[in-house]
Design a protein around this ligand. Structure first.
Ligand code: NDP
Length: 283
């Protein structure tokens, strides 16, 4: 039997509808959640991502502003803007859209964010809290994956979760979240020997490598839940994930599509984090 397709697009839409009610209630108390995005350079994909985030803000009633900088911007200009936004009471969340132009040090810029306003959850303080299992801001993509798993009713406790990809923004934080839910977690990367041998053991397989069709049907255990985080632009301009969807759906128990799986959830969780930051600012 083909896999159940987990519909991230509709789950994200219902999450945004719930968020709108929370935002309206906050606005009635005089607080309008606000998100500032810093967009440096002319990467076309980054522009699309920032536009999608602004659209989600508009739909949920969150105030949004985009701070655009030229490709050759110097780091001090961005640090000054971050300091101003940190102090701005109308801004509850700040995100620095990655990747940045090569002369900029992403680590230094992320470290300059006030951790309470770091709604991407990339600041070392928030990642440290996640490591310790304490409340903090959780990055949107791993948080979105967890919501998808919960929504689909995928059992996690005692199951083997295999994540392909060890980045600070997807693979590593997701491993910690799965561990919190009592999964047994393996993280794979480009130096993993015999990747297929590891992925075939997965009850939950998350592909976050940025390699189209990296995961084929022979790499998936029958009935496994396969979550595709990958976003790859193909030569024909189409977007594809890391999973060979048509082949894997015949083997897996659950699968997320690309587009329409993890992507919309990432944006929705960013709004969740922004609204939460606004709530905490008045708590
Ligand atoms: P990175 O490039 O930072 O990390 C990719 C990871 O995959 C690395 O750990 C790398 O290993 C590993 N990897 C690469 N090739 C292979 C391979 N052949 N076999 C095994 N492991 C491999 O990417 P990100 O984590 O930022 O993003 C991953 C993907 O997810 C991208 O396609 C990105 O566009 C997408 N993405 C999607 C989001 C969404 O909302 N849907 C949000 C964020 C990202 P090593 O460390 O050894 O180099």
């Amino acid at each position: 039997m083909p896999a159940t397709v987990i519909d991230g697009k509709s789950l994200a839409a219902s999450l945004r509808a719930t968020l709108k009610r929370t935002v309206d209630a906050l606005a009635a108390r005089g607080v309008r959640p606000g998100l500032a995005a810093i967009l440096a350079g002319d990467d076309p994909a980054s522009r699309v991502y920032v536009r999608n985030k602004a659209r989600a803000c508009a739909e949920t009633g969150v105030h949004s502003e985009v701070h655009e900088f030229a490709q050759e911007v110097c780091e001090n200009a961005l640090l000054e803007r971050i300091a101003r936004l940190n102090a701005d009471r109308a801004v509850h969340g700040i995100l620095v859209q990655l990747p940045l132009p090569r002369q900029l040090d992403a680590g230094r810029l992320l470290a300059a964010l006030a951790p309470a306003k770091d709604v991407d959850g990339f600041h070392a303080a928030n990642l440290g809290l996640l490591l310790q299992g304490r409340p903090g801001v959780v990055p949107g993509t791993p948080a979105g994956v967890m919501r998808l798993l919960e929504h689909a009713g995928v059992p996690l406790a005692g199951r083997h979760a295999v994540i392909v990809g060890r980045s600070n923004i997807v693979g590593k934080p997701l491993a910690l979240l799965l561990l919190q839910k009592d999964a047994t977690v393996t993280i794979c990367h480009s130096k993993t020997a015999d990747l297929a041998c590891v992925t075939r053991q997965a009850d939950i397989l998350v592909a976050a490598a940025g390699r189209p069709k990296l995961i084929g049907a022979a790499m998936v255990k029958a009935g496994a839940c396969v979550i595709d985080v990958g976003v790859n632009r193909l030569a024909d301009g189409k977007i594809a994930g890391d999973v060979d969807f048509n082949a894997v759906k015949e083997v897996a128990g659950w699968i997320t599509p690309v587009p329409g799986g993890v992507g919309p959830m990432t944006v929705a969780m960013l709004i969740v984090n922004t609204v939460r930051a606004a709530e905490l600012s008045i708590a």
